[in-house]
Design a protein around this ligand. Structure first.
Ligand code: DQA
Length: 146
């Protein structure tokens, strides 16, 4: 199957961005690691990072017709703001897992609110770059039992 990995704003800066909060792994490393693991399991993984809400909305809409079976998404700051990205995921009705490097519940109060968690298959947060691996493992398990 084809999995789509989406990253929201500022995640292009991973590696140098607040390493005490987000770790030292770069986005390219995370993408390559997940692609490799997905392929080893016989799947395909595409990834996209954007700082622009509409680019992510357009990509989710495209996923409805390109055969994407599962979405892994770290909406980053859009987690707490984007009704539009939430609506896009609900519109295409593709199952998704919400991912965060940090644990938003242990940070500023405004990070406790997510527009994505209530419809997610699950949420993985707080494990740094490993959050992405755990989410991929969960997605692969879901696909195997589908
Ligand atoms: C984040 C958490 C968000 O609150 C924040 O805005 C981000 C990254 C994370 O992965 O920990 O940009 O999604």
């Amino acid at each position: 199957a084809t999995l789509l990995l989406l990253h929201g704003p500022n995640l292009n800066l991973l590696g140098t961005r607040e390493p005490g909060v987000y770790g030292h792994a770069t986005l390219a490393e995370i993408d390559a690691d997940l692609r490799q693991r997905a392929e080893a399991a016989g799947h395909r993984l595409e990834s996209l990072q954007s700082n622009a809400e509409h680019v992510l909305v357009d990509r989710v809409q495209a996923a409805a017709v390109d055969g994407t079976a599962f979405v892994l998404i770290n909406p980053a700051a859009f987690t707490h703001t984007s009704v539009a990205l939430r609506d896009a995921l609900l519109a295409v009705a593709i199952p998704y897992i919400e991912i965060h490097l940090s644990n938003p519940h242990a940070r500023e109060p405004f990070r406790k609110q997510s527009y994505f968690s209530d419809h997610a298959v699950g949420v993985v947060c707080g494990f740094g770059a490993d959050s992405y691996r755990y989410a991929l493992d969960a997605a692969l398990k879901q696909l195997a039992s589908a």
